[in-house]
Design a protein around this ligand. Sequence first.
Ligand code: NAP
Length: 259
Amino acid sequence: MAEQIEIPRSFPGAGDVAGKRVVITGASRGLGRLLAHAFSHAGARVALVAREEKDLKEVGDELPGPTLVLSGDVTDEEFNEAVADGAVAEWGGLDVWIANAGISPIVAGPLETDPSVWRAVLDVNLTGAFLGARAAARVMGEGGRIIFTGSVLGERPREGLAAYSASKAGLVGLAKGLALDLAPAGITVNVVAPGWFDSPLAQHWKNSPKLAAGVLDHTAQRRWGDATDLAGAYQFLASDAASFITGTVLNVDGGYLLV
Ligand SMILES: NC(=O)c1ccc[n+]([C@@H]2O[C@H](COP(=O)([O-])OP(=O)(O)OC[C@H]3O[C@@H](n4cnc5c(N)ncnc54)[C@H](OP(=O)(O)O)[C@@H]3O)[C@@H](O)[C@H]2O)c1
């Protein structure tokens, strides 16, 4: 008989995040708030990050598990370092950093896009993720997980969103580069790329019959993402079952990239 793989006594649970210490940026509303609920319900300890402290406290009050509220701007290097230190001071370590804060302030072509808007989008969506990953990597040990919220628009843009699409495409390159750099430390770096979800950020599309129809036309499943559709991807990548997955993009888009 050919030599066989030795079967382990047990397998890590895919998506099991119980006891994990998790930072979630952009946690005060939309997808970040959704992720905070999902991780907290699954037994993780979560640190909620955004600029508005009042909104974060409201989210914290909704959650079943232990919560840390840390308000500040992800474009601020010192703030990111303080979040990492705050998680370690509270929990003795940090397992997962989800860089999810993002903005999409314009729907306009390049001539209507003021360079200051371009810079702001890159600053929050891309530089903010880098600064977060940098702070996380300093305090994380073996088994650390960094997850960026990308977007299908990084791979397949729509009109008027060049800055946003560039920032999200940039996250893929950033994740791949950091995956290489941080592999020796046992830290994985991946991107979850959502398709269309009904959040405050997406209201411009949701409220325009033309744009909303375009979303459905370009989504194979002909629907927007539901509240239960997204968090599983993050929980899988955060769990011990995903320790050999790094530098990848996991699209959660109902087939947006197929149509
Ligand atoms: N909704 C979708 O369909 C969709 C699809 C693909 C990807 N995404 C991505 O998913 C992520 C979340 O989007 P969303 O739809 O949940 O948007 P959202 O509802 O507008 O929430 C954005 C979050 O980011 C925070 N934030 C913004 N700028 C920040 C900064 N400089 N520093 C710290 N926190 C900041 C906001 O809180 P404060 O304003 O209080 O800081 C808020 O908590 C973004 O990266 C977005 O690009 C969304």
